[in-house]
Design a binder for this molecule. Structure first.
Ligand code: GLV
Length: 333
């Protein structure tokens, strides 16, 4: 039997790529920047599988061009870039890479939180640019205490929980907002509250919801107005969950103290994004899961999802299990 064909939309960490190359007839987009949509469509015409990243828009237009496509294996936990309903209708399996990146992403939410509260990036620039001229000064670079403060977690799934767990080491009071009960959060001593209470009472608001219709601009002008003047917003979920224009206004008018963002409404964010002009904003280029270990394991999970599917078994990280009724599993190796 000829090997199934896979189009891989970027060079992946070697641990995953090696398995993919062993089992499949694989073509890999060679450039650092993502392939244009028309390339994905062109390549999809003739493949059994796609291995994708969150920056690839995989929708009906791609599926329409891809009569043989059976599975999209995404290297990310989020899959808002893939039209799941359209995939399911056509019997296309979709997989993601959950859990492995939970702790790595929670670590980075904490890196952002500490950096913005204690002005780490500003301080670094201050020293390097020669502005540090007077040694220790009682008023220099004062920030806000993290220990003992109130942390508000918006979305207390796996990552939200891992962020909250770390907060217990900082003796923080933890509030959380979620649409379902989260007993594991209560066990940490966290208290479930409505969104408005969380925004009014928290010193740090950290966002951990997936991007969906319901969470688009969840943090908007009205919500930002509820936050304390001394509070910080942390977002390493998805950019469009926060209305960036409203955030900029809130920061510019001093209605909140600062923000730390790993994600943006448009990625890469344009260099003229006014948020980048503000000293009380810490930014990163969507790297929350970017540790060597985690990225390697994520790539390996992409490969495992593909191999399992073509062996005729349920892939370990199937996000649309209803698809199994549309296209029953079948051994294809
Ligand atoms: C990264 O943002 C992911 O969804 O894995």
């Amino acid at each position: 039997m000829p090997k199934p064909k896979v189009y891989v939309t970027r060079e992946l960490p070697e641990r995953g790529l090696k398995i993919i190359k062993e089992h499949f007839d694989a073509e890999i987009w060679p450039e650092y920047a993502p392939p244009p949509k028309k390339v994905i469509i062109e390549k999809a015409r003739n493949v059994d599988a796609l291995a994708t990243l969150l920056s690839d828009k995989i929708d009906a237009e791609v599926f329409d061009a891809a009569p043989k496509l059976k599975i999209v294996a995404q290297m990310a936990v989020g899959f808002d870039n893939i039209d799941i309903l359209e995939a399911t209708k056509r019997g296309i399996y979709v997989t993601n890479t959950p859990e492995v990146l939970t702790d790595t992403t929670a670590d980075f939410a904490w890196a952002l939180l500490l950096a913005v509260a204690r002005r780490v990036v500003e301080a670094d620039k201050y020293v390097r640019s020669g502005q540090w001229k007077v040694g220790w000064h009682p008023m220099m670079m004062q920030g806000r205490d993290v220990h003992g403060a109130t942390l508000g977690i918006v979305g207390a799934g796996r990552i939200g929980f891992a962020v909250a767990k770390r907060a217990t080491g900082f003796d923080m009071k933890i509030l959380f907002y979620d649409v379902i009960p989260r007993p594991e959060m209560e066990k940490l001593g966290a208290k479930q509250v409505d969104m408005n209470t969380l925004l009014k009472e928290s010193d740090f608001v950290s966002i951990h919801v997936p991007l969906m219709k319901e969470t688009y601009h969840l943090i908007n002008e009205e919500k930002l107005k509820l936050m304390k003047k001394t509070a910080y917003l942390i977002n390493n979920s998805r950019g469009p969950v926060v209305d960036e224009k409203a955030l900029y206004q809130a920061l510019k008018e001093g209605r909140i103290a600062g923000a730390a963002l790993d994600v943006f409404e448009q990625e890469p964010t344009p260099v003229d994004n006014p948020l980048l002009k503000l000293d009380n904003v810490v930014v990163a280029p969507h790297i929350s899961s970017a540790s060597y270990e985690t990225r390697s394991r994520m790539a390996e999970m992409v490969a495992e999802n593909l191999v399992t599917f073509f062996k005729g078994e349920k892939p370990p990280n199937l996000v649309n299990p209803e698809v199994m009724k549309v296209r029953p599993l079948q051994k294809q190796f």
